[in-house]
Design a protein around this ligand. Structure first.
Ligand SMILES: *[C@@H]1O[C@H](CO)[C@@H](O)[C@H](O)[C@H]1NC(C)=O
Ligand SMILES: [Ca+2]
Length: 382
C-alpha cells in the first residue's frame, strides 16, 4: 500500500517537473498535498495496527457511584507533609524498629525518619524502580525493585534474594510481606510491561500478574497465584491465617488461605471497589488500609470500551497521560477483616495529595505514600 503511494507521488513529481503552466502547477501542488495527507494517514494506521505495544481486551470500569461505598470527601486535604521536597515519589512507607519510618524514592534512596524528626539518607540502590518495602523481622528491609527483583537491605549492605523465577527474570516486583516463619510473599504486577509502561497493562486488560513466595530456608521462589489482573499490594491477616492480594484493574482484592481447612484456597476478599487497589497494610486492630488509584480521567471512560481506541492511545505516551487519571485524585479506605468498608478518606481533586499508593497506620496516624508527591502525608486518625 505504501509502495503504491510513493510510486504515484513520484509520478506526480515527475509530471510537475516537466510542466511549466502555472495554473496546472498549482493544481498539481494541491494533488501532492492531498497525497501527502493520505500517506500520513495510511502510515499512522499501519503503525497503530502492526506496531501496537498491546493486544487489548475491553475493561469494565467501576460505576461512578456505588451504593456500598460512601461518596468522596476531602479528609485527605488535612494531611501534613513530611520531608517535603526531599522525597521523590515515595510509593511505599513502613514503620520499622524504634518507630523509624522508611520509604523508597524514585532516585533510588531508602530514606528514614527518626522519631526525633530528622531525615537520614540511609541506603542508595541506583534504581528508579523501587516500589513496595517491608520491615524484616530480624532487622533491615525487604525491597521490591521492578528491575532487579526482591532485595534485602541491612546496615551491612544489599543482597538480591530473588531475581529469577521459572527461567525468566522477575520484572515488576511490586509489594512484599514477611510471614513469621520468614517466608516472603510478593507480587509481580505484570510479566509483560515495565513500571514506566504500567498503564499499558491497564489498557491491555489481560491478566499478567502473579503472587510468588520466597522461602529463605531453601532460597527457592515458587508460584502461589497466577493470572492476576495487575497483582499489587500484599498483606497478612493479624493471625496470618490468610493473606490479601490486590488486583488493581480488576477493582478487587483476593483472600488466599494459609491455614485451616481452606488452606490453599482463594476467595474474593472485597470487590466492586470505586478505584484500583494499590498497596494494602494491616492496621493494629486487624482491619486493612487500602490505597485506591483512579484508572481513568473524568470523561475518558469510553477509551476502555474500544479496542481500536486502546491501540491508538497505547501508541502515543502523551495520550496515555491524558487517559490515566491517577494523578488527579487520592482515595484511601479502611476495610474490616470481613471485607466491609469502615472508612473512606479522599482528596477528590488532588489539591493537597494525589496518586496515593499506600497507607500505613502507626500510633493513631496514617502515613501516606504517593507516586506523584514529593512528601509523605501524615493524617491524624483521632
Ligand atoms: C536523631 O536521631 C538519630 C538516630 O538516633 C541521630 O542519628 C540524629 O543525630 C538525631 N538528630 C537530632 C537532630 O537529634
Ligand atoms: Ca504498589
Amino acid at each position: 500500500m505504501l509502495q503504491t503511494f510513493f510510486y504515484s507521488l513520484a509520478d506526480i513529481l515527475l509530471t510537475f517537473n516537466a510542466m511549466s503552466n502555472p495554473v496546472e502547477n498549482s493544481k498539481i501542488l494541491l494533488q501532492i498535498c492531498w497525497a501527502c495527507c493520505l500517506g500520513l494517514l495510511i502510515a499512522t494506521a499501519l503503525q497503530i495496527i502492526f506496531f501496537s505495544p498491546i493486544s487489548p481486551d475491553l475493561l469494565e470500569l467501576p460505576p461512578a457511584s456505588s451504593s456500598s461505598v460512601s461518596p468522596p470527601n476531602n479528609q485527605l486535604q488535612r494531611v501534613t507533609k513530611l520531608g517535603e521536597g526531599l522525597l521523590k515519589g515515595p510509593e511505599d512507607v513502613v514503620v520499622g524498629e524504634h518507630g523509624v519510618l522508611y520509604t523508597a524514592t524514585r532516585d533510588g534512596w531508602i530514606r528514614r525518619l527518626h522519631s526525633n524528626g530528622s531525615w537520614e539518607n540511609w541506603k542508595r540502590l541506583h534504581s528508579e524502580t523501587l516500589l513496595g518495602i517491608t520491615a524484616a523481622k530480624g532487622g533491615g528491609l525487604i525491597v521490591c525493585d521492578c528491575d532487579k527483583g526482591l532485595l534485602k537491605i541491612t546496615e551491612d549492605g544489599i543482597t538480591v534474594l530473588a531475581s529469577h523465577f521459572a527461567g525468566s527474570q522477575i520484572r515488576f516486583a511490586d509489594d512484599v510481606i514477611e510471614a513469621s516463619d520468614g517466608s516472603l510473599y510478593f507480587s509481580v504486577g505484570s510479566t509483560k510491561f515495565n513500571l514506566n509502561d504500567w498503564y499499558l497493562d491497564v489498557l491491555e486488560a489481560k491478566p499478567h500478574g502473579q503472587l510468588l513466595k520466597y522461602d529463605p530456608s531453601t532460597g527457592q521462589t515458587s508460584m502461589v497465584l497466577d493470572g492476576l489482573c495487575f497483582a499489587n499490594g500484599v498483606a497478612l491477616s493479624k493471625d496470618e491465617d490468610y493473606l490479601v492480594v490486590c488486583e488493581t484493574w480488576r477493582f478487587r482484592c483476593l483472600k488466599y488461605w494459609l491455614k485451616g481447612e481452606t488452606k490453599g484456597q482463594t476467595e474474593i476478599f472485597i470487590d466492586n471497589l470505586p478505584a484500583g487497589p494499590d498497596n494494602i497494610n494491616l492496621a493494629p486492630d486487624g482491619s486493612f488500609w487500602i490505597a485506591l488509584i483512579r484508572m481513568n480521567s473524568e470523561g475518558m471512560e469510553f477509551v476502555h470500551t474500544s479496542k481500536a481506541l486502546k491501540h491508538v492511545i497505547a501508541n502515543f505516551p502523551r495520550l496515555t497521560k491524558l487517559v490515566n487519571g491517577a494523578s488527579k485524585r487520592a482515595t484511601v479506605i479502611n476495610v474490616d477483616a470481613d471485607g466491609n468498608i469502615n472508612k473512606r478518606f479522599d482528596d477528590p481533586n488532588g489539591l493537597v495529595i494525589s496518586f496515593v499508593t499506600s497507607a500505613v497506620e502507626f500510633e493513631d496516624h496514617l502515613y501516606l505514600g504517593s507516586l506523584s508527591a514529593d512528601f509523605i502525608g501524615k493524617l491524624p486518625l483521632k
